[in-house]
Write a protein that binds this ligand. Structure first.
Ligand SMILES: Cc1cc2nc3c(=O)[nH]c(=O)nc-3n(C[C@H](O)[C@H](O)[C@H](O)COP(=O)(O)O)c2cc1C
Length: 448
């Protein structure tokens, strides 16, 4: 490793799936089924992450649901509202970053500016927002809309939304509230600004009714892979969440999104790229593989091979699940997925059933790795050094055991290798990301 790479440090966060990322995580004898609703459990998780010096605790969100999501997405089917839960976690933690998802397509910027600034004050500067434009089109029917907007309109809206929020956070200068008993000046009106935003989608006067956030501007996260999503990341984000299990794809994304930063006057280190990682950890490779097989045996499924066939471009319907894999050489994708499934199972002679389970578990695209702490640390280090990732959004397969093993075994190994912090650099989330505190735009304007 070069000295520059030695200085670079991983960023690690928890992507919470209350019952685990694996669709059958909740069915393990030791798996929690109702963790996402239990404040004591959630508190314990957040505090453990903080002891391990994790960068953040992240909550995704969806604005629609149905009971049939239980087979693949039990954790996402119903859960607590992210900013309500994060406000509670703010009170029981001290250092860890708290990221909540905001779907801009169905929100008003003034409300979100207020909510996020409030969380930043309550947490002592640890709040952050993950901007999504909505992956579930059914949300439209819950928000009095006829249909979910197309990608272009959603991203146009999101971009203006971000501009408005960022402006509203600055409407109070840092010293706009002298609260001086002697003189009777509570607020200094010369340091309170109207935004007077008037754009295609929003007309917002301001000022915001919350003082400037402790971090000045909250770190902004985006998640997505479309061209518009990448542009949004390059222009505004401090961190981008992705999901791929292919290192070359991850490297290409990493390179492309970082190269776009320059178009916006930014540099490579301004944006961190974090793919999702699903670690199935064991004290040995055998133990981890046994857990992987146990989890798979608990999947509730009708073994519909159609989605897998569509993904691989080979018709697998009607083939005996217990038979060895058929000839897949006509599809590069199939060969790749079969290779990944072999690696997860730790053997060459996998069956169609093994491939089916691998697909079911990784359908959302995150990187699944099964093995000992050394094996998992090797993979993390490889992706980090080879610039496929600046860190990982860790999705434990079941809770809390899947997380505990990662924290007990993998984190110390990463620390031993000198690629993950043993102490927090500061107390705000911006500090963890190595970001300075931005100046207030209105003060800058006044300075000329
Ligand atoms: C790690 C990760 C987390 C995401 N979390 C959410 C989420 O919580 N809510 C949501 O609506 N979309 C979420 N998305 C989806 C994206 O925001 C985006 O809508 C999706 O990737 C497809 O959109 P695109 O057109 O931007 O690629 C997530 C994506 C990734 C990679």
């Amino acid at each position: 490793m070069s000295s520059q790479q030695q200085q670079r440090q991983l960023h690690l966060g928890l992507f919470l799936f209350g019952t685990g990322y694996h669709p059958a995580g909740w069915r393990l004898p030791e798996g929690r089924t109702d963790g996402a609703y239990d404040p004591h459990f959630l508190k314990e998780i957040a505090q453990k992450l903080e002891q391990a010096k994790f960068d953040f605790f992240f909550l995704g969100d969806r604005l629609a649901t149905s009971a049939d999501m239980q087979y693949l997405f039990p954790s996402q089917m119903n859960r607590l509202e992210p900013f309500t839960l994060l406000s509670y976690l703010a009170a029981v933690t001290e250092k860890i970053g708290l990221i909540g998802t905001v779907n801009t397509t169905y929100a008003e910027p003034y409300n979100i500016a207020r909510m996020t600034a409030s969380l930043d004050h309550l947490s002592g500067g640890r709040a952050s927002w993950n901007v999504v434009t909505g992956s579930d089109p059914r949300a439209a029917q819950n928000f009095s809309r006829e249909k979910h907007w197309d990608n272009a309109k959603r991203y146009d809206y999101a971009e203006e939304f971000i501009e408005v929020i960022s402006g509203l956070w600055d409407t109070w200068e840092d010293d706009a509230l002298p609260r001086d008993k002697e003189s009777g000046v509570f607020a200094d009106g010369s340091k309170v600004h109207e935004l007077n935003h008037s754009g295609e989608h929003f007309s917002v006067a301001g000022p915001l009714n919350v003082a400037r956030p402790i971090q000045g501007q909250l770190p902004l996260i985006t998640a997505g892979t479309s061209r518009r999503s990448q542009l949004l990341a390059a222009k505004y984000s401090d961190m981008v969440f992705t999901g791929t299990n292919d290192k070359e794809v991850a490297q290409a994304f990493y390179k492309e999104v970082k190269s776009k930063l320059r178009e916006f006057g930014r540099t490579d280190s301004d944006l961190k790229v974090l793919p999702g990682l699903v670690p199935i950890v064991g004290r040995t490779d055998e133990e981890a593989r046994a857990k992987y097989n146990e989890l798979n045996s608990l999947v509730v499924t009708d073994y519909d091979l159609k989605p897998l066939s569509d993904k691989l471009g080979i018709d697998l319907t009607g083939i005996d699940l217990n038979a060895p894999l058929p000839d897949l050489s006509s599809s590069e994708a199939a060969l790749h997925w079969a290779e990944l499934a072999r690696r997860a199972n730790g053997r060459e002679d996998i069956t169609l059933r093994d491939l089916f389970y691998f697909f079911t578990v990784t359908v959302r695209g995150h990187l699944l790795v099964v093995g000992s702490a050394e094996r998992i640390a090797d993979l993390i280090e490889e992706w980090f050094v080879d610039e496929a990732a600046d860190g990982f959004n860790v999705c434990p397969p079941y809770m809390p055991g899947g997380l505990d093993l990662f924290l007990e075994l993998v984190v110390p190994e990463l620390q031993r290798r000198g690629i993950f912090r043993t102490e927090y650099e500061g107390s705000t989330f911006r500090d963890h990301l190595g970001l300075g505190r931005p100046e207030n735009r209105f003060e800058l304007q006044l300075k000329g």
